[in-house]
Structure formats: structure tokens, C-alpha cells
Ligand binder design. Structure first.
Ligand SMILES: NC(=O)C1=CN([C@@H]2O[C@H](COP(=O)(O)OP(=O)(O)OC[C@H]3O[C@@H](n4cnc5c(N)ncnc54)[C@H](OP(=O)(O)O)[C@@H]3O)[C@@H](O)[C@H]2O)C=CC1
Ligand SMILES: O=C1O[C@H](COP(=O)(O)O)[C@@H](O)[C@H](O)[C@H]1O
Length: 544
């Protein structure tokens, strides 16, 4: 049975219907019913009851920047192309750079590369889309400049219910100025106003709490959409479906059967172009405290009461609060150094002009984390994240325990680790979910080998996978908070990492240097070995 959860804005909403009398699909039905009820109550969000009466504007604050060009405009265009944006919408770019509407349109069409590029009618759709894009130049701390933006927005709104989404795509030190000015001078008078806040949300517990406190002077928690784009990735969203709608997994999802869980992030390029930002944060704050920890929370949480955003986030917070403080000896840090290969010299992290020569900022980290609750007691959750490594990807690897008294031990050989079942969720690239099993090699003898039950997305689905920013922007427009970070989740995430980050920095721990393009510091292997773990080899199974 083909079942799809499509865009619920506009015409596509009508196509969503729950599957009747299908108890096996209860989870899906719940989701579809919640979509239906959301649909019924969309009047509350101001744009569905009569679409002609309302308008949505998306203002990208920092529209001249890297993220806006690389991710936000392409995602908005893809949503437009797919018919997911409301009937009445406008997009405003806001930044200090002097640009006209035509300049912005030119910038968007020139820099825009997204999954829609090769589709039919792409150019026509792009022309239509660009007609909805405008630009307003202003300072981030000027209420007057935001008031001028407000005036322009009102002209587009023409007295209709106005719903305004601001996307703060600017450096974090100016978040508050922009929020203050937008909320005091350019918030909606009769509809909703929401603000997407990009990471980093502070750099430790204290600064994060201060940021939240300042934001809450101008916005309610309901108006704040803290983005972690990993939550918008297809396979991360699928984690809950895999667990909670397949009987074969959920009973195994405990310390009784799972030996360790690995969360691996790897990039095969350095901090090129972002060294200034990165040096103040480092890989633990850039990737582990948010992206990998969010995946861990989703992976390990108990069954939520429903698929409602608050129920899911309640369960994630419980996991985060059950985590054992991270010990310094359970963390390994590294930094890439220059390396010449095939006649090409790759730079060291500190070769970046915006990075001090003596910087100790880690570009690689591995850590062992534990959840002290009944389900996960004693199970190591190993995280590994690094830049300038030998490959690129992100995976969740679940290694199961050995089969007790395995009748086939003799046929497996002495390396029992190789024979344990492993579930791999390959978040990117080339999305897949596969389970490694032992299998008899066909023939008269009794030889076992490791095979895979493989759900390889490219082979199974013809649908393109939307970019994470598409899903998250659509959710923010629809007021769906499930994939955004609540302030107590953020507090719990910082409480976990702040002490060990402080210790690393106060003690000036020297990172292990690793060559650009290598597998990273050997210390990561010793750390894993302390917990009887062997890291899975990210990407090696990309073969079908
Ligand atoms: N780029 C990326 O891949 C990612 C970015 N992020 C986050 O998204 C946000 C935007 O990132 P990105 O687009 O890379 O940022 P940029 O450095 O490109 O800045 C965006 C815009 O902000 C303005 N700006 C930059 N520096 C300053 C400053 N010191 N004072 C005032 N205005 C300034 C500039 O516009 P103008 O001069 O025209 O006003 C610039 O075009 C940041 O919070 C970043 O941490 C998060 C994940 C990934
Ligand atoms: O948030 C960030 O994510 C990117 C990696 O995102 P991906 O979707 O391309 O995997 C990372 O490069 C960047 O340092 C970090 O700030």
C-alpha cells in the first residue's frame, strides 16, 4: 500500500486521508489524523480556512550571506516548485548590503542549485518564484529600518491576515538586535510572527541561557524555532518510524540486546571559509552537542504518548537528563595538520588566516556517553565527528550482542565481533538502512558469511529526498514544532557538554594532530577499545 504524507498547505492538503480499519498502521494513522486535525484547525495558523484572506511572508535576515544562498533560497524554491508554499506568499531578503530587488533575484537565480534544477519547467517556475522575492536593505539594530520593511510587507499584505516568518541567517552576536527590531517594529498585527534561529545557540550553558532569556524579552517560546538541520534529514526523521512501527526492532532496542551504538559524522574537507566562526566553537559544539546528541535522544527515547511535538520533545528531554556527566578521559580531541598527497598539499587547520597559529580548537572529537536509565544502563554511545577526514558521511551504527552459545561459532571463526548483527542507518550520502546478518554460503559445505538485508533508498524509491531545510521551513510555516529544539532540551544538552568543554579548555588539552584526509587520531580507537568497541567503517558498505 503506497502511503504518503505530503505537503498539507494548499491543494495538496486534500489528498491526505487516514487508512481506515488498519490497526497495523496505527502509528501512521495517528500521524495522518494529527495531520487531518491540524488541517481542520489551520484557521488558527491563519492561512488555510480561506487562503485568499491571508498571506505568509518569509524574511531572510542576512540574505546576502552564505547560508541564505546555499540553503534557504534553494529550499524555498523547491517548496514553491512542489506546490507546498501557501497560495499567497512573499519572500524578503534583508541585510546591510545595498541591493535592489533585481540584484537579489539575480543573486538567487545565479547561486541557486537544488534538487529541482533538472526538472521540467524549472526555468518558468523560477521566473514565477523570483517575482515573489524582494529585498530591503537595513541595519540589524535599527528599528527604523525594520519599520520601513514593515511598511513594504504591509503593502504586499493589502489588509489580509499577515503571517510573518523571520529567518535569522546572521552571526549569533546580532541575533538579539535583529529580534528586538523585528518584534518591535515589524511583527504581524493580526496573524502569527515566528522566528527561526540558526545555531549556534550559545557556546555553553551560561551563554545559551542568556540568549534564551534575551530572546524571551521579545518572543514567546512558541514563536522561537531553534533549528537543528539534522532533525530535518530524511533518515533521522525515519528513526522513529523504524523503531515504533516495526515490531522486530522495538523489543531489541535495549541493553539486553544492544552492545553499543555509534554516531559518526565525517567530512572530507576542512573549515575552509568558516575558520573564524569555527575557532570560537570547535567540533564538539559544532556537531556533537547538537546534531549527534539530537540523534542520540531520538534514538534512545521511550515511546512518546503521541506524535505531538510536546510529547516527543518531553521524551527527548528525559533522555538528555538521564545522561551521565561526560568524563574528560572519555573524550579524545584532534586537529588536522597539513598533508601532501598526489602532489597536492592540503592545509593545516591553523593555515587558515582567521585562525590563530597556536589554536587548540578541536576539528575532531570522539566521546563515550552513557544513559543511566533502565533501558540503556551500561551501553556505550560512542560519538565521533571530524573535519578533513578521509571520507564524508553520517551514520548511526547499532552493534548487537553476540549470540549466546552460538551453534555456528566454529564456522564463524575466532572473530566474534565480525559475526554480531549490526544495524546501520546511513543518514548521508546515499541513504540506506541495512542489517548485517550471518548467512550460509550456498553449496554443500557449511561456510558462513556476512550479508546484508539492505534498504537502499536510491534502489527502493524513485522519490527525491528533500533537503533538510525544505522540511524545516515548511514545518515552521505550518507551525509544526516537532523538529525544532525546545529551550529545556537545549539547557539539558548544554548541561551535558559544558563541564567537559570547560575542562578541556581550562586544562588547555592539546589535540592529537592528524593528517588532512586521514582517518583521524588513533586515540579514538583506544577510547572505543576501552569499551570493547570497534568503530564501524563509515561508508565502506556503499556498494549497492
Ligand atoms: N553557512 C553555513 O553553512 C551554516 C551557517 N549556520 C549559521 O547560520 C547563520 C548565517 O550563516 P552564514 O550565512 O554562513 O553567515 P555569514 O557570515 O555569511 O553572514 C550572513 C550575513 O550577515 C551579515 N554579517 C556578517 N557578519 C556580520 C557582522 N559581523 N555584523 C553584522 N552583520 C554581519 C552579512 O550581511 P550584510 O553585510 O549584507 O549585512 C552576511 O552576508 C550563522 O548563525 C551561522 O552560524 C549554521 C549552519 C551552517
Ligand atoms: O551545522 C553544521 O553542519 C554542517 C554539515 O551539514 P551537512 O548537512 O552538510 O552534513 C557542517 O559542515 C558545519 O560545520 C556545521 O556548522
Amino acid at each position: 500500500m503506497a502511503m504518503e504524507y505530503e505537503c498539507i498547505v494548499g491543494a495538496a492538503a486534500a489528498s491526505v486521508a487516514p487508512v481506515e480499519n488498519d490497526t497495523d498502521n496505527k502509528g501512521l494513522n495517528d500521524k495522518l489524523s494529527s495531520v487531518t486535525s491540524l488541517k481542520e484547525s489551520l484557521g488558527e495558523f491563519g492561512f488555510a480556512k480561506d487562503e485568499n484572506e491571508s498571506i505568509v511572508s518569509v524574511t531572510i535576515v542576512g540574505a546576502s550571506g552564505d547560508l541564505a544562498k546555499k540553503k534557504i533560497f534553494p529550499a524555498l524554491f523547491a517548496l514553491y516548485y512542489e506546490g507546498c508554499l501557501p497560495k499567497n506568499f512573499t519572500i524578503y531578503g534583508y541585510a546591510r548590503s545595498k541591493m535592489t530587488d533585481a540584484d537579489l533575484r539575480n543573486m538567487v537565480s545565479k547561486t541557486l542549485t537544488c534538487r529541482i534544477d533538472k526538472r521540467e519547467n524549472c526555468n518558468e517556475k523560477m521566473d514565477e518564484f523570483l517575482k515573489r522575492c524582494f529585498y530591503h536593505s537595513g541595519q540589524y539594530d535599527s528599528q527604523e529600518n525594520f519599520a520601513a520593511l514593515d511598511k513594504k510587507l504591509k503593502e504586499h499584505e493589502g489588509g489580509r491576515i499577515s503571517n510573518r516568518l523571520y529567518y535569522l541567517s546572521i552571526p549569533p552576536n546580532i541575533f538579539i538586535d535583529a529580534v528586538k527590531c523585528a518584534s518591535l517594529s515589524a511583527s504581524s498585527g493580526n496573524g502569527w510572527t515566528r522566528v527561526i534561529v540558526e545555531k549556534p545557540f550559545g557556546r555553553d550553558s551560561e551563554s545559551s541561557a542568556a540568549l534564551t532569556k534575551s530572546l524571551k524579552q521579545y518572543l514567546t517560546e512558541d514563536q522561537i524555532f531553534r533549528i537543528d538541520h539534522y532533525l530535518g534529514k530524511e533518515l533521522v526523521e525515519n528513526l522513529s518510524v523504524l523503531r515504533f512501527s516495526n515490531l522486530i526492532f522495538e523489543p531489541l532496542w535495549t541493553r539486553q540486546y544492544i552492545r553499543n551504538v555509534q554516531l559518526i559524522f565525517s567530512e572530507d574537507f576542512g573549515t575552509e571559509g568558516r575558520g573564524g566562526y569555527f575557532d570560537n566553537y570547535g567540533i564538539i559544539r559544532d556537531i556533537m552537542q547538537n546534531h549527534l546528541l539530537q540523534i542520540l535522544a531520538l534514538f534512545a527515547m521511550e515511546t512518546p504518548v503521541s506524535l505531538d511535538a510536546e510529547d516527543i520533545r518531553n521524551e527527548k528531554v528525559k533522555v538528555l537528563r538521564s545522561m551521565r556527566p561526560i568524563r574528560l578521559e572519555d573524550v579524545v580531541i584532534g586537529q588536522y595538520k597539513s598533508h601532501t598527497r598526489g602532489g597536492v598539499t592540503y592545509p593545516a587547520y591553523t593555515d587558515d588566516k582567521t585562525v590563530p597559529n597556536d589554536s587548540l580548537t578541536p576539528t575532531f572529537a570522539a566521546a563515550a556517553l552513557f544513559i543511566d536509565n533502565a533501558r540503556w544502563d551500561g551501553v556505550p554511545f560512542l560519538m565521533k565527528a571530524g573535519k578533513a577526514l578521509h571520507n564524508k558521511g553520517a551514520e548511526i551504527r547499532v552493534q548487537f550482542r553476540h549470540v549466546p552459545g552460538n551453534l555456528y561459532n566454529r564456522n564463524i571463526g575466532t572473530d566474534l565481533d565480525r559475526a554480531t548483527n549490526e544495524l546501520v542507518i546511513r543518514v548521508q550520502p546515499d541513504e540506506a538502512i541495512y542489517l548485517k546478518i550471518n548467512n550460509k554460503v550456498p553449496g554443500l559445505g557449511m561456510r558462513l558469511d556476512r550479508s546484508k538485508l539492505n534498504l537502499h533508498y536510491a534502489a527502493r524509491y524513485s522519490t527525491e529526498i528533500p533537503d533538510a531545510y525544505e522540511r524545516l521551513l515548511l514545518d515552521a510555516i505550518e507551525g509544526e514544532r516537532r523538529l525544532f529544539i525546545r529551550s529545556d532540551e537545549l539547557d539539558a544538552a548544554w548541561s551535558l557538554f559544558t563541564p567537559v568543554l570547560k575542562e578541556l579548555e581550562e586544562k588547555k588539552i592539546i589535540p592529537e594532530y592528524y593528517p588532512y584526509g586521514s582517518r583521524g587520531p588513533v586515540g579514538a580507537h583506544y577510547l572505543a577499545a576501552r569499551y570493547n568497541v570497534r568503530w564501524g567503517d563509515l561508508g565502506v558498505d556503499i556498494d549497492q
